[in-house]
Ligand binder design. Structure first.
Ligand code: 8YV
Length: 323
């Protein structure tokens, strides 16, 4: 029996590419150029499995037509708002993701953004590298204290909880959160956190607001102009979730008008395009979607995709099926 044909859309950690190449008739993307819509559409007609990342947009239009060959999309990443799940389902295409293995690293990165935004580390580094540091002085690059402040978390899933734990037990912060479903107060207390009813309740009292909910239609522009207005004056927004959760234009206005003090962002509405007005602001820390970018985690993510695809073609239930 011939091996299933598999497309890995981007360069993956070498150990994972080796596993996939041994098991399957695997096409790798050696020069790591992102595929365009036409190439992705073609891939769905050529390969038994396509293994996409966040840079591969798979809207409903790409699934149109009767002759899709792809039976499984093994997504590299926990978030899958770049895939039209309803369209995949309609065509009988199974979709899997990679939960769990990126929890710690993404929570770490959210902490890094919070600290960097509060303590102005980006500004300091830019100044120093530009040769513009004139020496120590009491009023130089004075930031905002983190320890003991209140952090508000939107979305109390795996990453939200890991972030709460870091904030509370690492930095003595009060942690409040909003989550669509009710969380057992005993469970929330394990992370030093308290659930509040409405998003606005969280925004009103938080010195830092960190987003940890999924992207996609349900949460699109959850942070809009009204919600920025509801934030505590002088607060910070941290986003390691998805760019579409934030109305970027409203965020820029809130920052420009000084309604909020700063932001730490790892994700954007139209990656990799970042609005010039955002890039021009010194009080925002901007990272290029690095949440899970550690050797350990990226390898674990790839191995998880491999596990899902191997199980699928062995006729078993893939462990991380989302559609
Ligand atoms: C990934 C992420 O690197 O897993 C996610 O949802 O946002 C990132 O950690 C990216 O999505 C890869 O596709």
């Amino acid at each position: 029996m011939s091996k299933p044909r598999i497309l890995v859309t981007r360069r993956w950690p070498a150990a994972v590419e080796t596993v996939l190449s041994e098991r399957f008739d695997t096409t790798l993307n050696k020069d790591d150029t992102a595929l365009d819509a036409a190439q992705l559409r073609e891939a769905l007609h050529i390969y038994d499995a396509v293994l996409p990342t966040v840079s591969d947009k798979l809207p409903a239009a790409l699934f149109e037509g009767q002759t899709i060959r792809t039976k499984i999309l093994g997504n590299f990443g926990v978030g899958f708002n770049h895939i039209d799940i309803a369209a995949a389902r309609e065509k009988g295409v199974v979709v899997t993701n990679t939960p769990g293995v990126l929890t710690d690293c993404t929570a770490d990165l959210a902490m890094l953004l919070l600290l960097s935004a509060a303590r102005r580390s980006g500004e300091g580094e830019r100044e120093l590298r530009a040769g513009a540091w004139s020496g120590w002085r009491p009023t130089h690059l004075v930031g905002t204290k983190v320890t003991g402040k209140t952090v508000g978390i939107i979305g109390f899933g795996r990453i939200g909880r890991a972030f709460a734990q870091r904030c509370h037990f690492g930095f003595g912060m009060d942690v409040v959160f909003h989550n669509r479903s009710a969380i057992d107060p005993m469970e929330a207390a394990r992370y030093g956190a308290v659930q509040l009813q409405r998003i606005e309740d969280v925004l009103e009292i938080s010195d830092f607001v960190s987003l940890h909910c999924p992207g996609g239609a349900g949460n699109r522009h959850l942070m809009n102009a009204a919600r920025f207005a509801a934030m505590k004056p002088g607060a910070f927004l941290i986003n390691t979730a998805r760019g579409d959760v934030v109305d970027e234009a409203a965020l820029i206005s809130a920052l420009e008008q000084g309604k909020i003090r700063g932001a730490g962002l790892d994700v954007y509405e139209a990656e990799p395009n970042i609005p010039e007005r955002l890039r021009a602001m010194d009080n925002v820390v901007l990272l290029p979607h690095l949440g899970s970018a550690t050797e350990e985690t990226r390898t674990a993510m790839g191995m998880k995709v491999a596990d899902n695809v191997i199980a699928f073609f062995a006729g078993q239930a893939p462990p991380d099926r989302v559609a």
